[in-house]
Design a protein around this ligand. Structure first.
Ligand code: HEM
Length: 501
């Protein structure tokens, strides 16, 4: 019996020693911890708390370590968080060989276990958005505007003088999915309900997969991937919709070459122009397209849901907006130039993303080698570093009354500053203090498309509908889940055909 006791005590001692060594040698030990104990095991328990609303933890870190670095627990790692202009600029300036953006998104999104190897190896779809979709916006915009007018009427059905209650988030997802897909795949597929719900649900399935993979330790993830991959299943479901279109376009390209006069101007075609020379499968092309749908739909639909809810809550914002929109359209028609000159609308969108955002953190970067940040923090290879976006956006030392929603603050700033400084207040301009789209070379390449699409939709709605807040008339609080920020999913807005009297 004594022997057993001695063996048990020896094992316990070894366990405690191993635990202490692991804690002591943790390469991130020197970085202060917020929201948890830095002891192994206890931090894992705290990581569960971080799956809920953890704004207070990030706020505490931001307050304690302004212009500095701290770490917070996640289920599968520590996440290092930086704040302050200098450190955000450092994240921007250090290239992908030191602090990698693709590496960061592969870590946060667990892409290695989810996507096809050929899609991961060459993420040319990102370049296609940056180089082609953005440059071709003037050609794409008329279709987007056309789709806005039809899609809004289809989804927001009003009768003369009557208020219609709309659950705004799911309806905005449908409209945004349809309008975006007019630019992504064109007619008639952009109106196919089944394809569109697949595009919307893909994001949910993708995020479910991310959460599942992050629950497992690294060595188990490849095994889990053998049995569980919703992204693969969704891609397989998208293939029958896309194959006939892709094959027909490939035939046209082969037959007509340079003489293909009515070549489509949409995202799918921009992708095909790259994919065909690489002999890529329809499956891989479909996965790239779904990934771009993921990047576009929920980000944009959440943004417009927040913006519409503010307009419904503060009807006094609507008249000045109508005035601006009518003047710009009278001058330039429904064009990119008119949308670009709608400063108040632009300001509403910029303020919406500042105030609500799409997440608490931004600019995820993976350290590709050991490095020391300018505040002296040692960051070992493999560490995930992010920016405290939400806390930065709500810091009244950086922006007056940062805790208040002030729809037209950026329009005012633009008109009181010179031309160059004014441009920095635009919806699409990023800075170390404004990171909802990230900042630097990897800042969202789809933001120019998103800005035009969102402005066209808001302008159309503001000109054609009166708005009021539904439910009990009070704005429901946003929902925060595992670093994501979303509007309350049951928010209702009342729409009525605009009374022009
Ligand atoms: C309001 C709408 C949107 C918001 C708030 C948003 C936000 C973001 C953010 C925060 C990033 C990460 C940037 C970084 O790591 O530094 C990103 C990346 C990206 N976004 Fe957007 N996005 C929006 C709309 C779109 C749209 C409409 C598209 C496509 C048409 C798109 C395509 C992409 C792509 C391809 C990337 C990856 C960039 C890279 O890896 O270099 N986004 N977006």
């Amino acid at each position: 019996m004594d022997d057993y006791r001695q063996v048990a005590l020896a094992l316990l001692a070894v366990g405690i020693a191993a635990y202490a060594v692991r804690w002591y040698t943790d390469p991130l030990r020197a970085i202060p911890t917020v929201g948890a104990s830095s002891l192994p095991g206890l931090s894992w328990l705290a990581a569960f708390r971080m799956l809920g609303d953890c704004r207070d933890v990030l706020e505490e870190g931001y307050r304690k370590y302004p212009a500095g670095t701290f770490k917070i627990p996640a289920l599968d790692r520590w996440m290092v968080v930086v704040s302050g202009r200098e450190l955000v600029e450092e994240l921007r300036k250090r290239g992908d060989e030191e602090l990698s953006a693709p590496g960061g998104s592969q870590e946060t999104l667990q892409s290695r276990y989810i996507f096809e190897p050929e899609v991961l190896a060459d993420e040319y779809h990102v370049e296609v958005v940056k180089e082609k979709l953005t440059r071709k916006l003037p050609a794409v915009l008329p279709d987007v505007i056309d789709e806005v007018t039809v899609a809004v009427k289809d989804h927001i059905v009003t009768r003369e003088d009557e208020w219609t209650s709309v659950e705004v988030m799911p309806v905005m997802q449908k409209i945004i999915a349809r309008v975006s897909n007019r630019a992504f795949v064109g007619l008639p597929l952009c109106r196919n309900e089944e394809y569109l719900s697949l595009a919307v649900d893909f994001a949910v399935d993708f995020m479910k997969s991310v959460i599942v993979f992050r629950l497992f330790p690294g060595f188990l993830k490849p095994i889990v991937a053998l049995f569980y991959n919703l992204v693969k299943q969704d891609t397989a479901r998208a293939v029958p919709f896309l194959r006939p279109i892709i094959e027909e376009r490939q035939r046209a390209a082969a037959d007509l070459g340079e003489g293909w006069n009515d070549k489509p101007t949409d995202l799918l075609q921009f992708l095909l122009d790259k994919a065909t020379s690489k002999n890529e499968t329809v499956f891989a092309i479909a996965q790239r397209l779904l990934t771009l749908n993921f990047a576009a739909i929920h980000t944009s639909s959440n943004t417009i849901t927040h913006a519409l809810t503010h307009l419904a809550e503060q009807p006094e914002l609507v008249e000045p907006l109508r005035d601006e929109i009518e003047k710009r359209i009278a001058a330039d028609g429904w064009t990119g130039a008119a949308l670009a000159n709608m400063w108040m609308l632009d300001s509403l969108l910029r303020e919406t993303l500042r105030f609500h955002g799409i997440g608490l953190l931004a600019m995820g970067r993976k350290a590709m080698k050991d490095l020391t940040l300018r505040d002296g923090t040692h960051v070992p290879r493999g560490t995930l570093v992010q920016v405290a976006a939400y806390a930065t956006h709500h810091d009244s030392a950086l922006l007056d009354h940062a805790d208040a929603f002030d729809a037209f603050r950026y329009a005012r700033l633009r008109s009181t500053t010179g031309q160059g400084a004014g441009a920095r207040q635009q919806f699409t301009s990023t800075s170390p203090e404004y990171v909802p789209f990230g900042h630097g070379a990897h800042a969202c390449p789809g933001r120019y498309f998103a800005a035009n699409e969102l402005k066209a939709m808001l302008a159309y709605v503001v000109l054609n509908y009166d708005l009021r807040l539904g439910g009990d008339g009070a704005r429901e609080p946003d929902v925060f889940v595992a670093m994501a920020a979303v509007p309350a999913p049951t928010t209702r807005v009342l729409f009525r055909k605009r009374s022009r009297g």
